[in-house]
Design a protein around this ligand. Structure first.
Ligand code: CAA
Length: 387
């Protein structure tokens, strides 16, 4: 029986910052940001959004009454959760109107946890083919003002419904994965921004991809020409190129050119959003499916990487009706509708996050692009509103 991604949706907040403006303000060459790192715009998170609102806003785009009746488990992957004890999945369950008789859990391993959730969902559906699993991968990439990582910030959420006989892509039984204790990127419990050894993180990402690609091709006997494209975790779009360049010589010049064009297609959305940690690789997948030259029956490779570090490489088989299944996702429209901020407006928004749970506040932003909003703290409890 085939299990896989039946529905796929993306949400990002309604504020944006141009990377040319940021480069100028930081005294850097704009080409370093737009070409060297490969980011054009980044989404900025207003203080009435967090991973719960973004995840709910993504899931709301795809869930039907039939899905809600069939969902037996909600897996919420994030490394920017809102509570050290209570899972973001419990908030999302209520806000989405899911049954109380389901399992809910939050998962963390840097940017990798969404893939762990997807694989758990696949296995669960294999055993319970009449059930569905909702996987949400939502994050805020937050390095800090005037840091080297600032250009690679971003935010957003992916929601995926995993089912038997999926409409978009079947997850093949061919995963290879690895874990290795590495100090490349981390966020101590008391810190609201990530700490990172950026160059080490890039090296480990490349190394793990090459190691897993070699293992994958040995185990499956597949080779580069068997793939119609790659969806990479994209902390910044150049990262995908750095990884793919390592293996391109395993294909003919025509195949190389095709795979590079497909890589460019997979980078379109991430280039305009920035990093969304757990969701980034699935935003790249959505971009590849919508902007690439993809046909039903083709095989796509997915490389998921989470610092610290854990990585997984597997393939998807594109399904017959994948185009109609993703047709409702107007990502271009959502990105174009974001309000562009000046650098000083962005800095104000960045500093306005409502971290202090000891202060009761209620806020509501003007750019309520999603249906779900965080409206502040009451007696230390986070309050959400659905409109
Ligand atoms: N024109 C064109 N290109 C230029 C340029 C110019 N004027 N000036 C510089 N460049 C190029 C450089 O040559 C370099 O290219 P290569 O990487 O191909 O050599 C690129 O721009 C970046 O330059 P630097 O390496 O000097 O940039 P930096 O030291 O400021 O750091 C960074 C860049 C490491 C990505 C940093 O932004 C960072 O730490 N980001 C956060 C960490 C991260 O995203 N790591 C990725 C792997 S970890 C992961 O995947 C998990 C996760 O999500 C975090």
């Amino acid at each position: 029986m085939a299990e896989g991604i039946d529905k796929l949706a993306f949400y990002t907040p309604g504020l944006a910052l141009d990377m040319v403006e940021l480069a100028k303000a930081r005294g850097d060459e704009p080409d370093k940001y737009t070409i060297g790192i490969g980011q054009s715009v980044q989404s900025v998170v207003p203080n009435y959004e967090d991973v719960v609102t973004m995840g709910v806003n993504a899931a709301k785009k795809i869930l039907t009454a039939d899905d809600i009746a069939a969902i037996d488990m909600l897996i919420f992957a994030t490394e920017s959760g809102v509570d050290n004890s209570k899972s973001a999945a419990v908030f999302a369950q209520k806000l989405l109107g899911l049954s109380p008789y389901i399992r809910t859990i939050e998962m963390k391993q840097a940017c990798y946890a969404g893939t762990f959730g997807l694989m758990q969902a696949k296995d669960y559906v294999n055993v319970h083919p009449d059930k569905k699993v909702l996987v949400i991968a939502a994050d805020i990439a937050r390095y800090g003002l005037k840091t080297a990582g600032e250009v690679t910030q971003g935010a957003g959420a992916i929601a995926m419904v995993v089912s038997a006989n999926p409409a978009i892509a079947e997850i093949e039984d061919d995963s290879v994965y690895m874990s290795q204790d590495v100090p490349d990127f981390w966020r101590p419990v008391a810190s609201t921004t990530a700490l990172v050894d950026g160059h080490l993180s890039t090296d480990i990402y490349k190394e793990m991809f090459l190691t897993l690609w070699t293992r994958y091709t040995e185990q499956t006997k597949l080779s580069l020409p068997d793939f119609a494209g790659f969806a990479f975790h994209l902390p910044y779009t150049k990262m995908g190129k750095k990884a793919l360049d390592q293996i391109l010589d395993q294909a003919t010049p025509e195949q190389q050119q095709f795979l590079q064009e497909q890589l460019a297609a997979s980078q379109v959305y991430n280039r305009q959003v920035g990093n969304l940690y757990t969701g980034s690789v699935y935003l790249a997948l959505l971009s590849l499916l919508q902007k690439g030259q993809i046909a039903a029956g083709q095989r796509l490779a997915v490389f998921s990487y989470g610092s610290g570090a854990e990585a997984e490489l597997f393939s998807l088989k594109v399904q017959e009706n994948f185009q109609s299944a993703i047709a409702s996702q107007d990502v271009d429209g959502m990105l174009a509708d974001r309000r562009q901020l000046s650098v000083s407006e962005y800095e104000d928004v960045f500093n306005s996050q409502l971290f202090d749970y000891q202060v009761d506040v209620t806020t509501a932003g003007p750019e309520n692009t999603g249906l779900c909003q965080f409206v502040g703290w009451q007696n230390g409890h986070r309050q959400y509103k659905m409109s």
